[in-house]
Ligand binder design. Structure first.
Ligand code: ZN
Length: 140
């Protein structure tokens, strides 16, 4: 790997590790461009793929058919705001017997399970407040 691609790969990882909002590839492109202005979307995709193959990030599917990228490798759940699309990490309750069950059932049936995440969907406090304010305006 030449020096330029090494630098682009490192920058991509650093940008993701500094992001807590589970960016998409397009969002990653904007952020990586702040460090390396002439990087292309194709390069960002390739580097995200490389990092995933190296086990340094996870792809998270949260609905909407777009991959989100997460540098937090510990198993954890997500809250997804259906109004603004923001994603929040939820700490996983460890040792919960119920959590293990679907995984174990799948394994018994021959599925290879790598990891498990649950997404909770709803409205974040900021969007809930905005809705509430909007409703009051309608009522007034
Ligand atoms: Zn996450």
């Amino acid at each position: 790997m030449n020096q330029r691609s090494t630098r682009q790969l490192a920058a991509t990882y650093e940008v993701l590790a500094a992001s807590t909002d589970h960016p998409t590839a397009e969002q990653m492109l904007d952020r990586v461009r702040r460090v390396i202005p002439r990087v292309s979307l194709g390069t960002v995709y390739r580097n995200l793929d490389k990092l995933r193959n190296q086990g340094r990030l996870r792809t998270v599917w949260l609905g909407g058919g777009v991959a989100h990228y997460d540098a937090v490798l510990e198993p954890h759940d997500h809250f997804v705001c259906e109004a603004c699309g923001s994603v929040l990490d939820l700490s996983t309750s460890r040792g919960g017997a119920a959590r293990g069950r679907p995984r174990d059932a799948l394994r018994r049936r021959g599925y290879v399970v790598r990891w498990q995440t649950t997404a909770v969907y709803g409205v974040c406090p900021a969007c809930a407040a905005a809705r509430h304010a909007g409703q009051r305006q309608l009522e007034a």
